[in-house]
Design a protein. Structure first.
Length: 95
């Protein structure tokens, strides 16, 4: 098993991120994470969850730094409204 970096929960509460198809927002977040990771500060988008009726989008990132996660969101045009550190997230996959 590889090294697990800290995980961060990012929250957005606004219509702007919920108005566009989630796939477009996620694609931008992934591109920006890859760009920042290329400079040495590894950031990975692990999961997203959209609740359109409540205009809420959540994402879980792993990264060594909260600042890197915040920068990914800013560069993607989705500045985080809240970033919570020390998130314990478990992911299960179909075999």
């Amino acid at each position: 098993m590889g090294v697990v970096r800290p995980r961060f929960l990012v929250e957005w509460y606004r219509p702007a991120i919920a108005d566009e198809p989630l796939d477009l927002s996620v694609a931008r977040l992934i591109r920006c994470a890859e760009s920042i990771s290329a400079s040495g500060a590894t950031v990975n988008l692990l999961a997203t969850l959209a609740i359109p009726n409540d205009e809420i989008v959540l994402a879980i990132f792993d990264s060594a730094s909260e600042q890197s996660v915040t920068e990914v969101c800013r560069q993607a045009g989705c500045p985080a409204q809240r970033v919570t550190s020390a998130v314990d997230a478990r992911f299960w996959r179909d075999s």
